[in-house]
Ligand binder design. Structure first.
Ligand SMILES: *Cc1c(COP(=O)(O)O)cnc(C)c1O
Ligand SMILES: [Zn+2]
Length: 357
C-alpha cells in the first residue's frame, strides 16, 4: 500500500514502488504473538512476517545479537551488537527476509545498490540462495566492502559520484532486465526483517522497552524497522508506548536534522558533504517523510554529530573492546553529545570495524 495515495498492489516480483513514484509499505502485518515464538534466530518471529518464503527461509542463523553495557560507569547505556551478523552488519536482518521472499517469488537475478553493507548482505544471502547478484556502488566505497561483495560472487558495478547515481543506475538495470530489485530502501519486506531488532531488545530487557533508542539514520531502514517493531509490541499490548526514537546523523550530511530543525514534513536534499560515516551519507532519503513522522510520533528528536565526535567515539568503543566502523560509532557519538539522564538507552552498533579499509 502507498502511504501517500492508498493505492494497493499485489506482491509481485517486478513491483517495487507505487505508480506515483513513492515507496510502498505492507498492509496489515500480523500482530506479534507471544505464543508463536520458536527458535533463537530472527526467524523466531516469522509468524509476524506473513510473506511467501517465510516457511523456507534463506538463513545463516542471523539475529539474537548480544545486548551489553559499553561503560561500567554508565550502566544505563546498552549496545546491541548487530555487527556480529553473518555479513557483519545489521542489514542481514532485512536481507534474510527479502532474499527469502525473492526466492519464493521466483527471482533468479537480484540487483542492489548500496554504499557497502546492504549490498554485502544482499550478495551474501543471494550466494546462500544460489541467486545471481549485481550491486551498484558509488565510487569511493571502501575497498574492504567491495572485496566482500566480490567474494560473495556479486558483479560489482562502480558508479561515478553519489549514492543517488548508483541507485539510478540500479533502477535502469532493473527496468531493462528481469531482475528483482533487492533494495533495502524501497522493498517493504526488508523492514519486516529489521523490526526483529525491537522484538529482541524487548525480550532481552526482560519483556520491556527501553526509554530511548538512538539510531543511525541514512536511509532510515533501521529506524523505520525498529519503529515498526515497537509499534507491533504496543498493538499487542506488551508495551505502553513506543520508546523515544533519537535519529543520529553526521552533521556533514544531515537532511533529516535540517528538516527537524526547520519543522518541515519532508527533508530537502542536501549537497554532497563527505563524512567518515559513509554508511549514513544519504543526501535525499527516499523515506524521509516517514522517518520524520516516526521520530515525532515517538517523542524523539534528531541529533547531529561532528566528524571529530564520530572518530573519537570509534576510538572509545575500540578501547572498550568493540571494534566498529565509523558509521556504527556515529550513534554512540550521538549519545555522548547529549547523554540522556536517568533513562534506559539502547543503541545498535551496526557494522564491523574491518569493513572500513
Ligand atoms: C546501513 C547502515 C546504517 C544506516 O542505515 P540506514 O538504513 O541507511 O539508515 C548505519 N550503520 C551501518 C553500519 C550501516 O551499514
Ligand atoms: Zn502512491
Amino acid at each position: 500500500v502507498c502511504p501517500l495515495d492508498d493505492r494497493q498492489y499485489a506482491l509481485d516480483r517486478r513491483r517495487w514502488r507505487c505508480d506515483c513514484g513513492g515507496p510502498l509499505d505492507l498492509t496489515d502485518p500480523p500482530p506479534f504473538a507471544l505464543d508463536r515464538l520458536e527458535g533463537t534466530s530472527l526467524w523466531r518471529y516469522r509468524h509476524s512476517f506473513d510473506l511467501p518464503g517465510e516457511d523456507r527461509p534463506v538463513t545463516m542463523g542471523e539475529g539474537h545479537t548480544p545486548l551489553i553495557t559499553i561503560d561500567p560507569d554508565r550502566p544505563q547505556i546498552l549496545a546491541k551488537l548487530d555487527f556480529l551478523m553473518p555479513t557483519l552488519s545489521f542489514k542481514d536482518r532485512g536481507a534474510a527476509v527479502l532474499v527469502s521472499l525473492a526466492l519464493a517469488l521466483g527471482a533468479t537475478q537480484l540487483v542492489a545498490d548500496s554504499s557497502g553493507n546492504a549490498g554485502a548482505a544482499i550478495a551474501g544471502y543471494a550466494a546462500r540462495a544460489g541467486l545471481g547478484c549485481r550491486v551498484f556502488v558509488p565510487a569511493g566505497t571502501p575497498a574492504n566492502k567491495v572485496a566482500q561483495l566480490q567474494a560473495h560472487g556479486a558483479v560489482v558495478v562502480p558508479v561515478k559520484d553519489s549514492r543517488e547515481d548508483a541507485a539510478a543506475a540500479a533502477v535502469a538495470a532493473v527496468e531493462s532486465s528481469d531482475s528483482f530489485y533487492a533494495s533495502h530502501v524501497w522493498q517493504p519486506a526488508f523492514f519486516e526483517g529489521i523490526k526483529t531488532f525491537a522484538y529482541e531488545v524487548w525480550e532481552q530487557l526482560g519483556r520491556r522497552a527501553p526509554d530511548d533508542v538512538f539510531l543511525p539514520v541514512g536511509n532510515g531502514t533501521l529506524l523505520l524497522g525498529a519503529a515498526h517493531g515497537f509499534a507491533g509490541l504496543q498493538v499487542a499490548g506488551l508495551i505502553p508506548a513506543v520508546p523515544r526514537l533519537v535519529a543520529v546523523q553526521a552533521s556533514a550530511c544531515n537532511p533529516i536534522e535540517r528538516a527537524w530543525r526547520a519543522d518541515a514534513a519532508t527533508p530537502a536534499p542536501v549537497g554532497t558533504g563527505t563524512t567518515v560515516a559513509e554508511g549514513i551519507a544519504v543526501r535525499a532519503p527516499v523515506r524521509g517523510r516517514q522517518i520524520l513522522q516516526a521520530v515525532r510520533a515517538s517523542g524523539g528528536r534528531v541529533v547531529g554529530v561532528s566528524e571529530e565526535a564520530i572518530v573519537s567515539a570509534q576510538a572509545e568503543l575500540a578501547a572498550r573492546g568493540l571494534y566498529v566502523e565509523p558509521t556504527a560509532a556515529s550513534v554512540y557519538a550521538g549519545v555522548l553529545v547529549d547523554p540522556p539522564v536517568d533513562r534506559l538507552v539502547v543503541l545498535p552498533l551496526c557494522g564491523a570495524g574491518l569493513k572500513h579499509g
